[in-house]
Write a protein of this length. Structure first.
Length: 90
């Protein structure tokens, strides 16, 4: 398990959560919809990357199979990587 470098404020919050001092306010579904709305309006920035023609072809082919635009697939992959949901096998 990776040790996090937390400042004192963050450590206090983590300790509080681990002591079960936090309670749900309920209305989770409504809160989820609200947070998803924030994400839709999250500021985005364009980037330019070079990909092999074969990778682009395969990405577009798979995006058609799944009915998801290939740019969205790239966004999802980057987001999953940066939020540690997927890892690189190096």
């Amino acid at each position: 398990m990776t040790k996090l470098n937390l400042d004192s404020f963050e450590q206090d919050i983590l300790d509080s959560i681990e002591k079960d001092e936090w309670l749900s306010k309920g209305h989770i579904h409504e809160r989820l919809i609200e947070l998803q709305g924030f994400l839709k309006h999250e500021k985005k920035k364009s980037v330019s990357i070079r990909l092999s023609e074969n990778d682009i072809y395969e990405l577009k082919r798979k995006s058609l199979e799944n009915g998801v635009p290939y740019q969205n697939i790239i966004q999802m992959l980057v987001h999953q990587y940066t939020s540690n949901k997927i890892h690189l096998d190096v």
